[in-house]
Design a protein around this ligand. Structure first.
Ligand SMILES: NC(=O)c1ccc[n+]([C@@H]2O[C@H](COP(=O)([O-])OP(=O)(O)OC[C@H]3O[C@@H](n4cnc5c(N)ncnc54)[C@H](OP(=O)(O)O)[C@@H]3O)[C@@H](O)[C@H]2O)c1
Length: 273
């Protein structure tokens, strides 16, 4: 039995993760913005605490409440987040800042609040829910991709810093999953639309039409995440969904192609011996 701290259990993947963890007999401390949850759980198995991850300084109180309730924290899942659709030029500074506040600085706040607990325990696992957009960004969600890529980059460095302290880190990169992610309840669109981007960003903002039709099942994704955490050698990156696998491979091939094509020039940039 482990203690899971999961942000954003009101809906979608976070809720599926909380349900799966509870089914496996774990204790869940889940956050919602209201501090309330209608999840069913055995007595003492679930505690809900209030957290708007867009206010990172509030993370300390939520993590402290979890620690006080359960006496330890084994798994920290930074799940709360939302997508912003629109071209880079269409994105206002305030829209860009907010998507980073929630998707990157929100997670960073939770990580910073949880690390003293995990370091004292000399154990724990931080799971950052990133996105396929971080590994294979596309037109129309550049600032969301940038925030998730920041989360992935931070996760890779963090993994090297905390591995000697007994703490593991995994970045999860889901493709399209059937949650509220693309619904008007969650997704945001930039207030500005520029005609010149109709064929690129504009066609991606049409993703809204896929709401409710994504083939990824969040309950199955949650089970895979729990399996990965239970694995003695958990992955640094966990790509979820056949679409995400395809996009990751295509982007990796493109990167390797660029390396090969420019290898000689790239290697010839050192001072002469
Ligand atoms: N579904 C996908 O296709 C997909 C693909 C790649 C990555 N992801 C990532 O997966 C994670 C979960 O998303 P989802 O698909 O489950 O979407 P969702 O159904 O829209 O759920 C989003 C969750 O995040 C919470 N949240 C959003 N902003 C918040 C804030 N400022 N403070 C606290 N909680 C906040 C929501 O809480 P409220 O109920 O209070 O709004 C909700 O619990 C996100 O990080 C998302 O970027 C999803």
């Amino acid at each position: 039995m482990s203690v899971w701290f999961i942000t954003g259990i009101s809906r979608g993947l976070g809720r599926a993760l909380a349900e799966a963890a509870l089914r496996r007999g774990h204790i869940v401390v889940g956050t919602t913005r209201s501090g309330e949850s209608d999840l069913a759980a055995a007595d003492g198995a679930l505690r809900t605490v209030a957290l708007d991850v867009g206010v990172p300084e509030h993370a300390a109180a939520a993590v402290a409440a979890a620690h006080e309730f359960a006496g330890r924290i084994d798994v920290v899942v930074n799940n709360a987040g939302y997508g912003l659709l629109g071209a880079i030029e269409e994105t206002s500074p305030a829209e860009a800042e907010h998507v980073f506040d929630v998707n990157f600085f929100g997670a960073l706040g939770v990580v910073r609040a949880a690390l003293p607990v995990l370091r004292a325990q000399r154990s724990g696992h931080i799971v950052n829910i990133s996105s396929i957009a971080a590994l294979a960004p596309g037109a129309g969600s550049g600032l969301y991709a940038a925030a998730k890529a920041a989360l992935g980059g931070m996760s890779e460095a963090l993994e090297q810093e905390v591995a000697p302290l007994g703490i593991k880190v995994t970045a999860v990169e889901p493709g399209q999953f059937r949650t509220d992610f693309l619904s008007g309840h969650s997704r945001r669109n930039t207030a500005t639309a520029i005609d010149d981007y109709a064929a690129t960003s504009g066609s991606v903002t049409a993703l809204e039409g896929k709401d409710g039709k994504q083939f990824g099942d969040p309950a199955r994704a949650a089970e895979v995440i729990l399996d990965a955490v239970a694995d003695p050698e958990p992955p640094m990156h966990l790509v979820l969904g056949a679409d995400a696998l395809d996009r990751t491979r295509a982007n990796a091939d493109r990167l390797l192609g660029d390396l090969r094509r420019w290898e000689a020039a790239s290697a010839a940039t050192a001072f002469p011996a």
